[in-house]
Design a protein around this ligand. Structure first.
Ligand SMILES: [Zn+2]
Length: 294
């Protein structure tokens, strides 16, 4: 009798446990591909390729002032906030041009990539349609390649940049076919101003014109890492900063210098670390996704 009762009880307990497990599984199943919003702000560094060796004079520098080959890295960044997400810069080779087998492709003679952006997001539990906001530092082709993937996100752009992106003028380093679909996206248009993305001061788009008419940067206040400025292409090489040089292809060199002075002041006030996005030694030291900064 005792044995029978305890056996029946065991079955009952097992059945109850199974029911609970099923309920939990069913509740979780619809969101299985979606990453849960983290409790704290995070920044992921993604691999969007490299740029082949270029002439240092493009950046206002003599070969002997640089003393090495001028090659670049091109990261993309995913910022995840409890209230949503932001993709910052979206690569230089469109995903559809990158083969599955990891072979490196080269576009426009120098823009290289072997990893697609969308699978890098998927590895973190995101699809492009899940991303709340898309913003690019500027319209140059090495920053816009996958913009069309984010036509369902809200696009944050400076008016001056928007005008350049869709202008009829023949502008260099522009690939309108990579971002044309953003024209129909929800948009936050800024008039040479900063923008607090989530309203709590932790993720701020900073206006930084000069390199292009509506160039912008991203300031992120990370709890553990501290304040961080993603400088876009305010600088490409650290020597532009130490030797006060401006790239020959900047939209307005005087405006770039004025912005740089303001940024120095901002860095001094906030104590923020600045990452020059294209600088290989800066990038080499960074934690790469799926690791993150918080
Ligand atoms: Zn660039």
């Amino acid at each position: 009798m005792t044995i029978l009762v305890s056996s029946a009880l065991r079955s009952l307990v097992a059945a109850a446990a199974l029911a609970i497990a099923m309920t939990v599984w069913l509740a979780a199943a619809p969101q299985a591909t979606l990453a849960a919003a983290p409790a704290k702000l995070r920044l992921y560094v993604l691999d969007c390729g490299t740029i082949a060796a270029m002439d240092p004079t493009l950046f206002g520098l003599k070969p002997e002032e640089v003393g090495r080959e001028v090659t670049f890295v091109t990261p993309c960044y995913l910022i995840v906030h409890p209230q949503g997400s932001l993709i910052w810069d979206v690569g230089q080779v469109p995903d559809q041009d990158i083969p599955d087998d990891g072979t490196e492709v080269v576009r426009q003679g120098l823009l290289k990539a072997k990893h697609r952006l969308a699978p890098q997001l998927a590895a973190l539990g995101y699809q492009p349609k899940d991303i709340t906001f898309v913003a690019m530092s500027h319209y140059h082709a090495d920053h816009t390649a996958n913009a069309n993937l984010f036509a369902g996100s809200t696009w944050i752009v400076q008016q001056a940049e928007y005008d350049a992106m869709f202008s009829d003028a023949k502008l260099e380093i522009r690939s309108p076919e990579t971002y044309g679909e953003l024209k129909g996206a929800k948009r936050i248009t800024l008039n040479n101003e900063d923008h607090d993305v989530f309203g709590d001061g932790t993720v701020i788009i900073k206006t930084a014109p000069g390199h292009t008419p509506g160039h912008q940067m991203l300031f992120v206040k990370l709890a553990r890492f501290g304040p961080l400025l993603l400088a876009g292409d305010l600088y490409h090489l650290p020597e532009e900063r130490t030797l006060d040089r401006v790239p020959s292809f900047d939209f307005d060199a005087a405006m770039t210098r004025q912005t740089r002075r303001k940024v120095d002041e901002f860095l001094h006030q906030t104590g923020a670390t600045m990452w020059i996005q294209h600088d290989p030694p800066t990038y080499a030291r960074l934690k790469k996704s799926p690791h993150y900064y918080d």
